[in-house]
Design a protein around this ligand. Structure first.
Ligand SMILES: [Zn+2]
Length: 610
């Protein structure tokens, strides 16, 4: 698709679509304090924690952490991608779609992305042709041995990358694609001045985005070579952590009861062949927050179909919590010892698989199950520890009847009376509440939403960075006090550095500065979300000038301190090598003296800029 929209056009669309009007079409909002509150459309809740700020033109849910501007809201609720959401809102405001689409910048950007999509498509066609040729015989018989039929192989566009270093490279070069683009697409690798095919002697699974664009590949060996699986590197059209394999085959535009999440390509493909059409896999990594949010656009419920031996791992449990925090109901399918979904289907068929789905555990049951495996109930200490840990899990169960069922079971298992177990859970809940109140009193975190980053635990210089980023995005006068005093390199977090870049860009072109406008210059949904999280952090100060100068001091000191550490290590290395007579050594020693002086000046309240 490769649509590129200019920030100015997006800002125009945004300014004509007030976020309160747009969200009110979906959520009933009531005024409260500075903003408006309503029931979150992205997770199920009974008390409103979804907040809309007319000043900042953003929304933020203190329950599930969903947040963004008017575009991300429309993306999430209407299941659109960014350009589609802009188009939707432009049309709503009666605006013609932009001439900016013809601008040079757009043309260049679009051109590159289009070319990479084209290259990927050509590559997929090539790999498929090879699979069906004598060259792919071994690979095809491997796929057949895994139970795949011709139709499925075709639907998923599976192919084969033959042995050799420059098959696809030559094929695509002959078609006229520049080597530079082949490298950027990730199909050709450049190393030590040499270029060669990334995928060799591998079965190729094209990764396809909804809309039919091939954005990358997963490749699996058919012998014992390592690594067993290899993915395309991230490219201008491919980002592993925000992509799910199989998503392109899920039908949009109709409510989907549930989506099954598996670990690998083969599980997705086999499940599909056996009639389970709504199934996806992450690309060889633990689930990310972006993937969880992406799924939330499609469905409200997910079934986890992982290998038995892997599912208990910490990374997996974190992934499951992430899904739940994104507002999804999570169920975990339990497979017979040592079997994975693919094996279960091929051995016992789809009816049995459906039975396993019907018996899938809720996330709480699953966690208790995993916990139980770690303890020996014949041992008193183990029983106590198990009951203690289980009580922690049960504080998360809101439904009291459901909680009662768990407690009765726990009573039988551990021998502790139900009354005592109830008491233990109450104590834990009281403690959680207290922690929440404490945060409230500390003033930096008024809410205790599950996803909310507790700013208290961040290092001081990061807090300072975030305050500066928020202030400069809020008002031109503040921005003038910050921009020029430091530059992007002073920001440790890339997201605050990006805010700085946008604000200083707006200043250069003489444009008005405000939080809604700054957000219009960002098109990546997860970046918008991160920025909104930063902008929503409460800031308290008595004197703005002093507050800004204190924050600057923190950020500058941190930078100086880091450089001091680097220089110290360089000096020590030269001393170890006995090269103290070199000019480089003198330069470093002088730099060290200058840094220490600047640090001292900063401490005394004066400012030493690097
Ligand atoms: Zn929510």
């Amino acid at each position: 698709m490769g649509i590129f929209l200019s920030g100015d056009f997006i800002e125009e669309v945004r300014s004509r679509n007030d976020i309160v009007d747009i969200i009110s079409e979906y959520v009933s909002l009531k005024p409260s304090g500075k903003g408006l509150f309503g029931l979150c459309p992205f997770h199920s809740e009974k008390t409103p924690s979804f907040n809309v700020s007319p000043d900042k033109q953003v929304y933020y849910c203190f329950g599930c952490g969903a947040g963004g501007n008017v575009f991300t809201f429309i993306m999430a609720i209407e299941k659109l991608d960014f350009p589609e959401a802009v188009k939707y809102l432009a049309e709503k405001a009666g605006m013609a779609l932009p001439d900016t689409m013809d601008s040079r910048e757009y043309a260049l950007h679009k051109d590159k992305r289009d070319k990479i999509h084209e290259i990927n498509r050509e590559a997929a066609k090539y790999y498929r042709k090879v699979l069906l040729s004598p060259w792919g015989e071994k690979a095809l018989s491997y796929l057949k041995s895994r139970g795949l039929d011709d139709r499925t192989i075709k639907i998923f566009g599976i192919g084969f990358a033959p042995e050799g270093w420059d098959n696809i490279k030559n094929y695509l070069s002959d078609k006229g694609y520049e080597e530079e683009l082949l490298i950027q697409s990730g199909i050709v690798v450049e190393s030590k001045g040499r270029t060669y095919d990334r995928f060799r002697n591998r079965i190729m699974y094209p990764i396809i985005r909804p809309g039919g664009y091939v954005i990358g590949f997963g490749g699996r060996v058919i012998d014992d070579s390592l690594p067993k699986y290899l993915n395309s590197s991230d490219s201008p059209v491919f980002n592993k952590s925000s992509t799910l394999y199989g998503l392109n085959l899920i039908k949009r535009g109709q409510p989907i009861e549930h989506v099954i999440i598996t670990e690998g390509y083969m599980d997705v493909i086999t499940l599909y062949q056996y009639g389970f059409k709504n199934v996806v896999a992450s690309l060889g990594t633990a689930l990310t927050q972006q993937q969880a949010r992406l799924l939330r656009r499609y469905t409200g419920e997910v079934y986890i179909a992982y290998d038995g031996d892997k599912s208990g791992q910490q990374a997996t449990l974190r992934g499951l919590d992430m899904l739940q925090n994104a507002g999804l109901k999570v169920k975990v399918i339990c497979f017979p010892e040592g079997m994975d979904p693919d094996q279960v289907l091929r051995k016992f068929g789809s009816r049995y698989f459906k039975e396993l789905m019907d018996n899938a555990l809720s996330l709480v049951d699953y966690k208790l199950d995993q916990l139980r495996k770690q303890y020996n109930f014949d041992n008193v200490d183990d029983r106590t520890n198990y009951a203690t840990e289980a009580a922690k899990i049960l504080t998360k169960v809101q439904n009291l009847l459901e909680r009662d069922v768990h407690i009765r079971r726990l009573e039988t298992q551990t021998g502790f009376s139900a009354r005592l177990l109830y008491r233990q859970i109450e104590l834990l809940e009281a403690k959680n509440r207290q922690d929440g109140v404490k945060k409230h009193i500390d003033g930096n975190n008024r809410y205790t939403g599950r996803n909310r980053i507790n700013i208290e635990i961040l290092p001081v210089h990061i807090k300072a960075e975030r305050y500066l980023a928020t202030l400069m995005a809020t008002d031109e006068d503040y921005a003038k006090k910050i921009v020029g005093r430091i530059n992007t390199e002073y920001f440790e977090e890339s997201i605050t550095a990006e805010i700085y870049e946008i604000v200083s860009g707006l200043m250069k072109t003489g444009k008005e500065i405000s939080i809604p406008r700054v957000l219009s210059y960002v098109q990546d949904q997860s970046k918008i979300q991160q920025m909104v999280e930063i902008f929503e952090q409460p800031i308290e100060y008595d004197n703005i000038d002093k507050f800004i100068s204190d924050c600057l001091k923190e950020v500058i000191c941190n930078r100086l301190e880091k450089r001091r550490q680097e220089v110290k290590e360089l000096i020590e290395q030269i001393e170890r090598e006995g090269n103290q007579r070199t000019e480089r050594y003198n330069t470093l020693v002088n730099e060290m003296a200058a840094i220490i002086q600047k640090i001292n000046m900063n401490r005394q309240g004066k400012e030493g800029i690097m």
